[in-house]
Every structure is written in structure tokens, then in C-alpha cells.
Ligand binder design. Structure first.
Ligand SMILES: CC(C)(COP(=O)(O)OP(=O)(O)OC[C@H]1O[C@@H](n2cnc3c(N)ncnc32)[C@H](O)[C@@H]1OP(=O)(O)O)[C@@H](O)C(=O)NCCC(=O)NCCS
Length: 168
């Protein structure tokens, strides 16, 4: 198992060293994540490698919503028509440093993010966790864990009811 902690000033030097191979996600952690956290735009969680103390991976979460129109038909019947937008939790970014790829860190970060989202959904309603994969590689990763592509959108979705079954 891994543990995650909230990104803070104590990670300032470690952020510089982070490299997942996707420039956008590296730059985000180095230059933007702390600002977004301060502005309450998202929460960022990092996992430190026990032996080296390096950041082995991170993810971000924020409140979000999706239009009812793009909710897959099989889920729509659970939702009242009067809801034009459905509250969801956005797993905006998830990345693993190249040095730790292929060792299960991505899977454990995803489970940590889903567990956190599920816990939060008990106090602030959220129908699903939504991701916005940046490329086919990321899409394949999320597909492996049951996320389904939302129509007319690059976004993917995993219902909170499905996530609930993982944790209760
Ligand atoms: C995608 C990413 C998070 C995977 O992390 P990782 O630590 O290498 O993955 P893990 O070692 O935890 O792999 C867990 C499982 O997922 C599989 N997997 C890993 N990457 C995958 C991919 N891109 N597509 C499909 N399956 C993938 C592994 O084979 C493994 O399967 P197994 O349990 O059946 O053996 C990582 O490669 C990464 O940071 N990529 C760049 C950033 C990115 O694309 N982030 C996602 C969207 S923002």
C-alpha cells in the first residue's frame, strides 16, 4: 500500500525533480498545483517513496459536474429529469514518476483517489468520478479500471455506486 499527503510547502524541492514523461503533468506539479490548492481550485495529493523520499506520484481532485445529456443511458434512469447537471468529482490529473512506473503506484494512487472521493461523497453528493484522459495511453489505463467513455466528450466516468462496492 501507499500513503498520500496533501501537497504543501515541504514538497517544494521535491516537486522540481518529478518527471512522469508528460511535460504538461510535470509542469503542472512544479508550477501550478500549489497555486491551485491555495486558490481552492483543486486539492493535490502526493505519495512519497519510502526509501528515497522522492515524490513517486500525485493526483488532483475537485468538485465538478457533467450535463445530464451525456450521462450513459444505463445510468440516466436513476436520475431525475429535472437535474440538468449532475454533481461529480473530477480526478483531474494522476501521474507516476518514470522511476516508479510499472510497480503498482498508478493503481494504488487511483484506489486512494477513489476511496477519498467515495468518503467525500458521503457528506457532499457526487454521482461519479470523472477523468479527462489526455491521450490514448491514459484512456487505456482508466478503461482497465472500469471507466467508461462519455458520449460526445473525451471524459470518462465511474459511477460512485460502483466505487462504493469496492470499499464496503
Ligand atoms: C498511466 C500511469 C499513471 C500508470 O502508472 P503505473 O504506476 O505505471 O501503473 P501500475 O504499475 O500501477 O499499473 C497497474 C496496472 O495498469 C496497467 N497499466 C499501466 N499503464 C497502463 C496504460 N497506459 N494502459 C493500460 N494499462 C496500463 C499495468 O500493466 C498494470 O496491470 P496489471 O495490474 O494487470 O499488471 C503512468 O504511466 C503515468 O503517470 N503516465 C503518464 C501520465 C498519465 O498519462 N496519467 C493519466 C492521465 S492524467
Amino acid at each position: 500500500m501507499i500513503t498520500t499527503e496533501i501537497l504543501s510547502n515541504s514538497h517544494k524541492k521535491l516537486k522540481i525533480d518529478f518527471s512522469c514523461g508528460k511535460e504538461l503533468l510535470d509542469t503542472y506539479l512544479r508550477t501550478q498545483a500549489s497555486q491551485d490548492v491555495r486558490r481552492k481550485l483543486s486539492a493535490c495529493f502526493v505519495s512519497l517513496h519510502v526509501e528515497t523520499g522522492l515524490i513517486q506520484g500525485y493526483y488532483t481532485l475537485s468538485n465538478n459536474s457533467i450535463p445530464l445529456d451525456i450521462v450513459p443511458e444505463s445510468f440516466k434512469n436513476q436520475l431525475p429529469n429535472s437535474y440538468h447537471s449532475i454533481p461529480t468529482t473530477l480526478l483531474g490529473r494522476l501521474a507516476v514518476d518514470k522511476r516508479f512506473k510499472g510497480t503498482g503506484v498508478g493503481k494504488m494512487l487511483l484506489i486512494d483517489a477513489l476511496r477519498r472521493s467515495f468518503e467525500i461523497s458521503k457528506s457532499i453528493g457526487s454521482f461519479a468520478v470523472v477523468v479527462d484522459p489526455m491521450d490514448e495511453d491514459a484512456e487505456n489505463f482508466y478503461t482497465k479500471y472500469g471507466f467508461i467513455l462519455l458520449p460526445d466528450s473525451h471524459k470518462m466516468f465511474l459511477a460512485m455506486k460502483t466505487i462504493e462496492r469496492l470499499f464496503i
